[in-house]
Design a protein around this ligand. Structure first.
Ligand code: 5AD
Ligand code: SF4
Length: 432
């Protein structure tokens, strides 16, 4: 008899990707095999994200598209999992009766029992104070990078953000289980690890805080690249930067979500820092790690954001010159504090502000990239160029994508590359 097959579609952040890899591991343990064609699957899981309106809508739309498949194949198990499942369980149960499984982010461990006993529909959205899935073995989708989740949840409660409500309170995983997972990933051939957490540098387990954990990970033999995402500006300290400086295998890139430049808006956002503090953190990073890339997240059109407030976001952008940024229009998330405020910036104005920040960021990305032209960088090859699949591409230590115009290379290989050109948001080079 053919093995049963699973199909998982993942939306949103890297935490969701890492969770999908854990789920793949659980399903393979009970003899399921992956398929890339949902029509061949015995179980379809949509791992959803609810952080912004778009991702949220796409996951629900996708679920609806599977309705007819489910009709023609009643034995198929169709599940919505992750943040939208956590938030919308009630509505899904009543409006989408064809959905079999609704599972929140802390309930995946039981998946094998759930599908074997299959009391349909099955709903579990309990949040846990302890679950970190530390003994599960993921099936990784990349052969180069390994996502390693080190903490879950968030205690910060930024006023715009739904995450603390859907992913629960912060909890960290033991350093020993993290180090063991990384050693196994290296044995399996992975070349780079990315430590993941909603607030990765709030990590705290017994006497280990984030800098101590980083140090322990950096000491793992033969580990050449360590990344982490996302840190919170409030939790960046000199000790963390010192550990980064003293270990060449910790990549010199920091994602430092700004969200807004105006201290008044930052206060309304409950970000726990103001413009001055943010710029001080950037100064500190530049002092310890002059070569580091700094990337960010920016929200435009938060309630009450005046043109003067918005101008301050542009000012901080000009002062820092981020290497890249993810930029978003504010969208109210039901249940958050900001959703109780008046969403009073008209949609056209949000779009206009978004255009302005995107324009400015493009200019900064190009400027920052151009400063690398003529230098030699170590690139870890991880795929091929989107535009021309015959050209391989990889990433610098600072996480910039470089397309190789000349020279042979293989996925997973480290190459010395001369950077020859910066165009748009891309870098081009050749193996030296
Ligand atoms: N509206 C717009 N952007 C948001 N983000 C989080 N919540 C919202 C929201 N309600 C953005 C933040 C965060 C990133 C992951 O998503 O910039 O850092
Ligand atoms: Fe959301 Fe703020 Fe927590 Fe990040 S730090 S997950 S933006 S509440």
């Amino acid at each position: 008899m053919d093995a049963k097959k699973y199909y998982i579609e993942t939306y949103g952040c890297q935490m969701n990707q890492a969770d999908s890899e854990l789920i793949a591991g659980l399903l393979q343990d009970v003899c399921y095999r992956p398929t890339s064609n949902p029509e061949n699957a015995d179980i379809i899981l949509i791992n959803s994200c609810s952080v912004r309106e778009n991702a949220d809508r796409r996951a629900i739309a996708r679920l609806s598209q599977f309705k007819s498949l489910k009709k023609s194949k009643p034995e198929l198990l169709l599940g919505l999992i992750g943040c939208v499942a956590q938030r919308d369980q009630g509505a899904i149960l009543t409006d989408k009766k064809y959905v079999d499984l609704i599972l929140g982010p802390d309930t995946y461990r039981n998946l094998p029992e759930i599908i074997s006993q299959a009391q349909i529909p099955y709903v579990d959205v309990n949040l846990s104070r302890t679950e970190v899935y530390d003994d599960l073995v993921p099936i990784r989708s990349s052969t180069v990078n390994a996502w390693v989740s080190i903490m879950r949840g968030c205690n910060k409660f930024c006023s715009f953000c739904i995450v603390p409500y859907l992913r629960g309170r912060e909890r960290s995983r033991s350093p020993l289980s993290i180090v063991n997972e990384i050693k196994k990933a290296l044995k399996d051939g992975h070349k780079e690890v990315t430590l993941l957490g909603q607030n990765v540098n709030s990590y705290h387990y017994a006497e280990y805080r984030f800098p101590e954990l980083l140090e322990a990970v950096a000491a793992i033999p033969n580990l050449r690249r360590i990344r982490f995402t996302s840190p919170h500006p409030r939790d960046v300290n000199e000790q963390m930067l010192e550990v980064m400086r003293s270990h060449p295998n910790i990549c010199k890139q920091i994602h430092l979500p700004l969200q807004a430049g105006s201290s008044r808006i930052l206060k309304l956002m409950n970000r726990t820092y103001d413009q001055e503090h943010y710029l001080r953190v950037v100064e500190m990073i530049r002092t310890y790690l002059p070569q580091a890339a700094i990337t960010t997240d920016i929200i435009v059109g938060f309630p009450d954001e005046t043109s003067d407030d918005f101008e301050q976001t542009l000012e901080v952008m000009r002062a820092v010159k981020f290497d890249t940024a993810f930029m978003f229009k504010y969208s109210p998330r039901v249940g958050t504090k900001a959703a109780e405020m008046d969403d009073n910036i008209p949609e056209e104005e949000k779009s206009r502000r978004l255009k302005v920040v995107i324009q400015l960021q493009k200019k900064h990305t190009l400027e920052r990239n151009k400063s690398l032209v003529g230098t030699i960088q170590e690139i870890l090859i991880d795929g091929s160029s989107k535009k021309n699949p015959a050209e391989m591409s990889g990433r610098t230590d600072t996480n910039k994508i470089v397309v190789l115009k000349e020279g042979r290379s293989q996925i997973g290989e480290f190459c010395r590359v001369k950077i020859e050109e910066a165009v748009g948001v891309s870098l081009f080079g050749k193996i030296t």
